[in-house]
Design a protein around this ligand. Structure first.
Ligand code: KG4
Length: 342
């Protein structure tokens, strides 16, 4: 008789403290996230020391909430899974030490999970995604294209040479005086001007699969300087009170990123015609406009399109639990010597 898995998954790789329970036959039974976004907002980005301290404060409560919501106790569990790579070392260590302590005390098996792998398959939690497929992952720390053949078989086709797409959104948002994280604010403003392209920022490397977003951020900076909207000496955006100008910049930025994404996906579908679907994952995949544009692009090429719902797109432990159940069913356990990698 195969063991019916009840898995507690823990995710603390960056600035979300998250826990989720997977129960065989039921799937994701709970998904609890504490976002530290308010703690980091005053600094305009994630401060690693603040992140690890906050994980330490919250992890006990978040794990208990995930168990309660799933109607489970620690003794009911078969396995504990935890993100071990990549991420902020201090943040990863909090999750790993907590998971190891639970596994050692309660005599549970342990599995270390790759955060990127968890994101790549996040669209599969709620959808029957066909293989092989292309995956575009866009988060605050990474942006890459993958060819995905199965849960243990995927390869990177191209990844950003510098900044991630989310980083470009966050940095441009900061430049024009919007709060952190920039993505949701950029989306809100761009919608006000119907996603029009006002400033035609440069598109990245057409014809190649490689991605790059740091030039885009610099192009926006040079453009606002040229228009007299930015004081270089004081490092001050002079139109911070002008909602229309901010919306035009936000919209032009989003349209530029959308065109870059569609160009890369079209190119990849041409190079890998065996792909039967496209998935769009990571925090940036919360963006409704980008999802619509990519869905249209996939439909044009007669392939399916899937994106996770927002709760599974930003950092969460349900996606960690999803990979963990596969690893548990295929006997891919670790020992308590498990360590982080970053
Ligand atoms: O995957 P994620 O939660 O974690 C990290 O990589 O840390 O992604 C966070 C990124 C941020 O850059 C944020 O600005 C972006 O996702 N993001 C969005 C939206 N919501 C979050 N970007 C565009 N549109 C959104 N609605």
């Amino acid at each position: 008789m195969p063991i019916l898995e009840k898995i507690l998954a823990i995710e603390t790789s960056c600035d979300e403290t998250a826990a989720s329970v997977w129960i065989d036959g039921r799937g994701i039974a709970s998904n609890v996230v504490f976002s530290q976004v308010k703690l980091h907002a005053v600094y305009g980005g994630v401060v690693p020391e603040i992140a690890s301290r906050s994980h330490l404060e919250k992890i006990g409560f978040i794990v208990q909430s995930a168990l309660d919501q799933a109607g489970c106790s620690l003794s009911d569990l078969t396995t504990i899974a935890v993100t071990t790579r990549p991420g902020l070392p201090g943040s990863l260590l909090v999750g790993l030490c907590y998971a190891k302590a639970l596994a050692a005390c309660a005599k549970k098996r342990i599995i270390g999970i790759d955060h990127i792998q968890a994101h790549i398959f996040s669209a599969c939690i709620e959808n029957a995604v066909t293989y092989p497929h292309l995956c575009l992952m866009a988060s605050g720390g990474n942006t890459a294209l993958y060819m995905v053949h199965g849960l243990d078989s995927y390869q990177v086709l191209a990844s950003t040479l510098d900044d991630a797409a989310g980083e470009a959104l966050d940095k441009v948002a900061k430049l024009i005086g919007l709060p952190y994280p920039g993505g949701p604010e950029i989306e809100r403003l761009a919608a006000q001007v119907a996603y029009k392209d006002f400033f035609a920022y440069p598109r990245s490397m057409p014809g190649s699969l490689e991605l790059s977003f740091s030039g885009l951020k610099t192009a926006v900076l040079y453009d606002v300087i040229k228009r007299g909207w930015y004081d270089v000496d004081c490092k001050l955006f002079l139109k911070a009170d002008d909602e229309t100008i901010k919306a035009q910049i936000a919209s032009s930025l989003l349209v530029c990123i959308a065109e870059t994404f569609t160009q890369k996906v079209r190119q990849a579908l041409k190079q890998y015609p065996e792909a039967r679907a496209v998935t769009f994952v990571g925090g940036v995949a919360c963006n409704t406009y980008l999802k619509q544009v990519l869905e249209r692009c996939a439909r044009e090429r007669e392939v399916f399109f899937f994106a996770p719902s927002p709760q599974y797109a930003t950092d969460n432990a349900a996606m960690v639990a999803y990979i963990a159940q596969h690893k548990a069913h295929t006997d891919q356990f670790d020992t308590l010597a498990l360590d982080i990698a970053f």
